[in-house]
Structures are given as C-alpha cells and as structure tokens.
Design a protein around this ligand. Sequence first.
Ligand code: GDP
Length: 301
Amino acid sequence: NVFKEGLSKTRTAFVEKVEELITRRKKIDEEFYEELEEILIGADVGVNTVMTLIDDLRAEVKKRKIEQAADLQPILSEKLIGLLKGDDHAELRMAPEGQITVILFVGVNGVGKTTTIGKLAHKFKSEGKKVLMAAGDTFRAGAIEQLEVWGQRVGVDVIKQSSGSDPAAVMFDAVQAAKQRKVDVLLCDTAGRLQNKTNLMEELNKIFRVIQRELPEAPHEVLLVLDATTGQNALSQAKLFGEKSAVTGLVLTKLDGTAKGGIVIAIRNEMNLSVKLVGLGEKMGDLQQFDSEQFVHALFA
Ligand code: GDP
C-alpha cells in the first residue's frame, strides 16, 4: 500500500487512539461516542464531518444491533471510505493522445506547489511523456530558480521570463513553446501571495483566459495545492480558492509530516472537489494518485 509509510503519523495519532478506546471501553455507550468524537476532531476530520459520521455510526450500530466496540472498527472504515468516495474521480483529466494537456497549479506560498509540479513532471516523464514547465510565479523571490532546480533534477525544460514580469505573458510563451515542441504535458506554476487576494484571483483569471485562447480545451485541470499540516486552514483555503478560481481538483501535500491526515476527510466531505494527488514526502517519487480505499486501508491496516 503506497500510502502506508506516509500516513504513519496519522495512523499513530488517530487509529491507535481508536484502537485503544475500543480495547478500554469494550461496550458502545454514550461515553464511547464522546471519546470517539474527540479523537476524530483531534485528527482534524472537522466538526461538521465528525457529527455526520457519528450520527451514521449510531444508526448503523442500531440497525445491526451491535454492542461490542470491537465490532465497530470495520463499520468505521466503511463509513470513512464512503465519506471519501462520493462521486470522486481521482484520475487527472488528460487531453486526447497527440494533444497538449495543460495543468495549472494554484495555492498560497509554501504549500508545496513547486515541489508537486517537479514530482508530477518526473511521473509523466517516466511514463514516456514529453513535459514542459512554466514559471508563472514571477512574484515570489526565488520561485523561478526553484522550478529550474526541479527542471534540472527531472530533465524537463522550464519556460520563464524575468522576475516581476506578467505571468500571463509567461503562459503565452509556454503554450507557444509547448505547441512548437509538441509536448504532451504543460505544467504551470502560479503566484501564491496571500495578501491582495483580489489581484491574485484576477491574475489567475487572466492566465486562464490566455491559455484558453490558445488552446480552447485547456487548462484540463486547475489543481489547488493545500498543505495538510495546516489542518483546518487548508479547508478555508480550499473554500476561498474553490469559489473564485475554477479549481477542478485538490492536491494535499505533506501528509507524511502530520498526524492530522483526517483533513482529507473533512475537505472531501465539505467541498465538492476531489483530492486527486497527495504528497507523502520531499523526494521525486513521493507523490501518489489519491485512492480512497487504499487511503483508509493504510490507516487501519
Ligand atoms: P510553494 O511555495 O507552494 O511552491 O512550496 P514549495 O514547493 O517550495 O514547498 C515548500 C516546502 O514544503 C519545501 O521545503 C518542500 O520540500 C516541502 N514539501 C512539499 N511537498 C511536501 C510533501 O509532500 N512532504 C513533505 N514532507 N514536504 C513537502
């Protein structure tokens, strides 16, 4: 299971506590539910989601006439998988063979955008695809250089202009280069400054329009990158960007660094957006396509 190692902190904080609770209390009663609620909220599953989950569990326990806490664990896994599933479709949307797939990455500074682009470039390249990256974060000092470092590491070219230039112009260049060089995938970084939110949204919209003018089907994905270690903060960012910038899916990074992996469940339950990719470390290979069943099994296995 590809998620197992990366989720070890969450497993310790969340599942081991649930297991301890089950062993200690043995019977399902009010106090049991209360303690379970606390554990779930502590793992950042989110208050609303926890309430729904506990209500569902109560109903199921009644229906199946369960009394022993030990019998609850499989039902809990089942319910968690259910919450994560919904209508989700974790596969990235790709252009038909022979056409350019454009993926735009948005999100605030420091969440792991550049790293995710580098990792994804590596993944596509190892699948035999021709990849190009666009340095659309012309605002943050060092952002362009950082993308270039990833470009060298994975052997992928970066289209850039000087720091401070118009990101929409960078995207225009990048799309032209992608056409000329017949690339399969164009991965576009964008600025993530949080001050001046309106301007940032306008900037993203302009980038969007430039890309669409050149390639009417693009961008195929607008992925909002969120840092799992920020817990409920990630959820607020998802709401902010989700409303304003045509986000089509989520990337949740740094799951390896947090005990609060429950945030995946909260986000999935409160947003109508799928988690498409998860970051499980800083290395090239530490990016996985999200799979709700494997994710929950990694927690309980
Ligand atoms: P950006 O500002 O959004 O482009 O963020 P960066 O890509 O520069 O990432 C910020 C920091 O988070 C860097 O130190 C990355 O190495 C680290 N990082 C990114 N993704 C992950 C991940 O999945 N796990 C861990 N542990 N660190 C990550």
